[in-house]
Design a protein around this ligand. Structure first.
Ligand SMILES: [Zn+2]
Length: 461
């Protein structure tokens, strides 16, 4: 009785009456089932970082078409893709025509993204992943401009950090891997790759980062206005290994990724990309994890995030749903899991969830992407299960351009579908800084900055 009396007394004190947060939480309750009002709230809310964002998929098709027109590229009308002109020849259709002709522009946008996707000729995953080939011709010259576009969009939505997956080991690195081959011995193959000049190719990758960063700074005018919101968004890069390549090329890429991230603080981690359900990705999964294991032992400071469990029942045989996430953690040393959709199909799923909680391994949740590619949405998505078992989660965009989404929309979708409260959102936002791959001092800076942003946001309500 005495204890209850004290509690009643404390509750009656002004300091314990409705604090700004409680008021805001109540306000949030009143709008959280109203999509437009909720959107406006979430758009302004600080969102920390986007930790799962592929640059190539983050660019909207409209920007690709503009860049293609600038570069005098062509439109292939059979596939509705952007292509280089034939050697010594001219385009049948100039890409610039799409800028003035809606009969070209509109189907091109649909072809380069998931907008108005109609099931039929291609499955959803095929259409999604095929878009990357349809605009690949645009990329090399515009990487920096595209980084600026993504950063600008992040700043508008009150984001403060981006880990962009923006570098790949296709081209000379994979070529070197092909020449060197892979006999099954990691040590020997690594020695041959060194002798073949992999270090120089890694220097070339650093040059790509220089270029992207310079262009970003120029496009955003950061030299003149370093305090502007886009210039305050911190950007780091993640090296992507193309998992559908032959094993000798994958090993060269993983090696290059570790060398790069070990030597350039702007590159914070490696990841594996391309469809996890692809032929080679499935066949070589164990081998890929062992490659990472080997290189992790050589370069233990390099962070590792892995796409694992971007799978659904029926997409692959049931046996193949049973081990990817666990193996990514136990063999591949993944510190973060991308997607993790098939978690409940894993062997000893509950044990795995407990292990992820205990080891603080977060899941990068990409709701729109999972819906569009895997057809997993609503009650079928494991987001609530992760939360129930105390596994940290972050919300991210995956490929916001191809999916025609953005981070605010991912938060909106999470709230509408899973009834999240304002404190739930705040803890997810905080996770996006806590589980970033930044060194401790930089993380502390962003943590403090996020607290200030929340304070300003909450005071404005
Ligand atoms: Zn992804």
């Amino acid at each position: 009785m005495k204890r209850i009396g004290i509690l009643l007394f404390l509750a009656s004190m002004p300091a314990f009456a409705a604090s700004p947060l409680t008021k805001l939480d109540q306000q949030f309750q009143s709008i959280r089932k109203n999509p437009p009002e909720l959107y406006a709230f979430l758009y302004r809310m600080p969102k920390g970082g986007d930790l799962h964002n592929h640059l190539i998929g983050a660019v909207y098709a409209e920007s690709m078409i503009k860049a293609a027109a600038e570069d005098s590229l062509c439109i292939d009308k059979d596939t509705f893709s952007l292509t280089r002109p034939p050697t010594g020849g001219h385009c049948q259709i100039d890409a610039s025509r799409a800028e003035t002709d809606n009969a070209l522009f509109s189907p091109l946008i649909d072809s380069l993204s998931m907008r108005d996707y109609e099931p039929g000729r291609e499955s959803p995953p095929d259409h999604f992943f095929n878009t990357f080939n349809k605009f690949a011709a645009v990329f090399s010259r515009h990487n920096g401009d595209f980084v600026a576009e993504v950063v600008r969009r992040a700043a508008e939505q009150n984001e403060s950090y981006l880990e962009l997956m923006a570098l790949v080991g296709a081209g000379p690195i994979s070529e070197l891997g092909k020449r060197v081959g892979f006999g099954g011995n990691f040590e020997e193959t690594a020695a041959k790759l060194r002798a073949g000049g992999i270090a120089d190719l890694v220097t070339g990758l650093r040059g790509q980062v220089d270029q992207m960063e310079q262009q970003r700074i120029t496009d955003l005018g950061c030299q003149a206005k370093p305090d502007s919101a886009p210039c305050q968004v911190r950007v780091r890069y993640i090296f992507q290994v193309l998992r559908e390549f032959p094993k000798e090329q994958v090993f060269a890429q993983v090696f290059a990724g570790f060398l790069l991230a070990n030597s350039d603080p702007r590159v914070v981690a490696i990841n594996f990309v391309q469809p996890e359900h692809g032929l080679t990705a499935m066949r070589d999964y164990h081998l890929h994890m062992r490659m990472i294991d080997y290189l992790h032992r050589q370069y233990p400071r390099v962070h590792i995030a892995l796409h694992a469990g971007e799978l659904a029942s029926g997409l692959v045989p049931p046996e193949d749903l049973r081990f990817h996430i666990r193996e990514a953690i136990e063999v591949g040393h993944a510190e973060r899991i991308g997607h993790g959709v098939s978690i409940m199909y894993e062997n000893d799923a509950l044990g795995l969830l407990r292990m992820m909680k205990q080891r603080h391994i977060p899941v990068e949740i990409n709701l729109t992407s999972n819906d569009l590619i895997l057809g997993v949405r609503g009650a079928d998505h494991p987001l609530p299960v992760y939360r129930k078992y105390g596994v940290p989660v972050v919300l991210s965009t995956d490929d916001e351009g191809v999916s025609r989404t953005h981070l605010t929309q991912e938060y909106q979708r999470a709230v509408l579908t899973y009834n999240l409260t304002y404190p739930d959102l705040k803890s997810i936002v905080r996770n996006s800084i806590e589980y970033s791959f930044l060194p401790p001092a930089e993380k502390a800076h962003l943590r403090a900055d996020l607290a200030k942003r929340f304070e300003r946001f909450e005071q404005s309500y």
